[in-house]
Design a binder for this molecule. Sequence first.
Ligand SMILES: [Zn+2]
Length: 337
Amino acid sequence: MALLKIRWFAAGAVVAAVALSLLNEGTLRWPAGRLELPQAAAAAPGATAALTLPVATTQPAAASKQPLRIICFGAHPDDCELRAAGSGAKWAAQGHQVKFVSLTNGDIGHWQMAGGPLAQRRTAEVQRSAQILGIEAEVLDIHDGELLPTLENRKTVTRLIRQWKADVVMCHRPNDYHPDHRNVGLLVQDAAYMVTVPFFCPDIPRLERNPVFLYYEDRFQKPNPFSADVVVGIDDVIEKKMAMVEALESQFYEGGCCSGLTELPQGEAAVARKQTVYDSFRRRFASTADRFRPQLKAYYGEQRGGSMSYAEAFEICEYGRQPTPDEIRRLFPFFGE
Ligand SMILES: [Zn+2]
């Protein structure tokens, strides 16, 4: 891996301009110029159940003493990290068990390299990120761009959820722009009931209690926009999330599959690009807090919710267990911190 990186860094001549065309799949939907657009999903106070919740004064999870178990599915080795690294780090800091699973190996996710070496590199990147966040990470050896909602993959996802004994499961929504993302959404939805069925994959005991399934934030409007049912403030772990951005250098610093780069920047251009990339991601993570400010205030109170800079948002899936407001606060034991 080290040799590989030295080769990439040594290979290119100086790039004249660091045009921030962060067109890797992870950032495609949040170019900086769009961050200030008004968001339909955050429109009316009272639009989601979360908005009417009273601010909790107790922390039910602390009382239960049983660690929560969270498993997050993404299509590529950066998807869970982008959308849930902050919440993952917060759960982990409280002693809960978190696992990020990439259903593909990411082996076409770079403009300059592909195949086995890229899959290995990206796996190492998410493992480094997992260390930073205090969680586990797994990358399945399925080709990037080729994930299908097959019976075999449904069984794989079902087994992973059961083996983790998950209380909470997260995934993409099935109306995402990327076919792999959409199929992750389908596969997890298809497992959302089957994890409880005893003679489906009987080699792994079924879950007697169906987990709560949630979707990551996105900005797709059709057939329905994202609903921010749970919004977690991540100011206290934002530096860990930024360290994750640094760890996933093939995707963010180097720009992933469609960066527009033809060579890696060197010298001052490299420093400038790094800063530009980091600033862009800070704005992206801040945009979630601004987009869902009413929900943040509902969960944390007017003052705290009003002053938070960074957040992550999740939509409760209609499949799986439907949590009460109290259970949301037990599963996300952050709002009374
Ligand atoms: Zn992805």
